[in-house]
Design a protein around this ligand. Sequence first.
Ligand code: GTP
Ligand code: MG
Length: 372
Amino acid sequence: MKTGDIDPAAVLDGSRIALARALTLLENDRPGADELHAALAARRGRAHVIGITGAPGAGKSTLISALLRELRARARSVAVLAVDPSSPISGGALLGDRVRMGEAGEDEGVFIRSVSARGHLGGLSRTAGRIVDLFDAAGFGVVIVETVGTGQSEVEISRLADTKVVVCPPGLGDEVQAIKAGILEIADVLVVNKADLPLAARTARDLETAPGLRHRPGWTVPVLSTVAIEGKGIAALVDALDRHAQAGGIGRRLRGAPSAGGGGGAPATDDELFEHLQRWRSAGKGVALATVVRTWGSSPRAEGSHLAVEEGGGFVGSVSGGCVEGAVIAEALEVIAHGTPKLLEFGVSDQQAWDVGLACGGKVQVYVERIG
Ligand SMILES: Nc1nc2c(ncn2[C@@H]2O[C@H](COP(=O)(O)OP(=O)(O)OP(=O)(O)O)[C@@H](O)[C@H]2O)c(=O)[nH]1
Ligand SMILES: [Mg+2]
């Protein structure tokens, strides 16, 4: 079967030309895009999708170039989707290896595609999701998505990822406290890049000790230091990414449900939430309910949204679109243990969010109480 003149079988067979044309079809949402996506859907779910976000200039693209080199050295195939890149991800780091290994031509195990954040008919997150699906179906073992973490669409895109890496430049210092409720909260792995610069060690320490940032059900968020321009710390980063894939699983975007080790719950209907609460309680588990009681700015979940948490760390629902879920769950576990309800407040102004490269601005007030 052919869709939009592109043979899905050729994409699955690893034809780079077919893949490139399929990407263009999906990106521009041209006739045949829906059919092509549908034809490939059954082959998704094998790729480890890694989201890399962080402040502008933190070194995301340089880090991805270094990751490409390390992943290729481990014989993993990698596709990269860069959303609105202001600097290119260079395959140049790979060139030396290729020359050394006497290979000719392009590295078949790497594919890099950039897209602009503007002009997507069905929305950027839909387009990005389809491109990730295509890379996955085409057999790339790792799919990396680079976004600058500054807007709501980036939050949506980050939800595609099994593992979310937040790259912090040195010098976050005292701001860590202020911004901990922002993008740092979505991180499964925190990276302090430019570790060759003086303030890096202090930044890493601040991140390590920031309360509520690192403890997740089934996962402790590692704080790693890298010097992307020299390839330092990259092997340890790849190891951490692999460990997270094992702990949290891959194909999260296809499951639509939260999982241990993940950084955000899917919004659930009140009925679904109630069912979970009932089930947990009849299993004799302590449970807590978090409710959004007030929002300011661009906080993604509406007042009245719920997140239900059980004593083992299982959760359903969402109070923030993933941004502060880790912190709310940690607080909910305390509420379950001690019984005292808490009124929590998280957030930063949209301007602050923009300045430091956060995924979402806005503030949210969340009431957490033990049920039963
Ligand atoms: N000193 C030092 N500089 C680095 C390191 N990694 C990247 N840089 C430099 O930081 C600058 C920005 O790097 P990029 O990789 O373009 O950063 P980015 O986060 O992708 O930037 P945007 O896509 O514009 O948000 C470049 O000049 C890099 O050479 C590092 O480990 N140490
Ligand atoms: Mg970049």
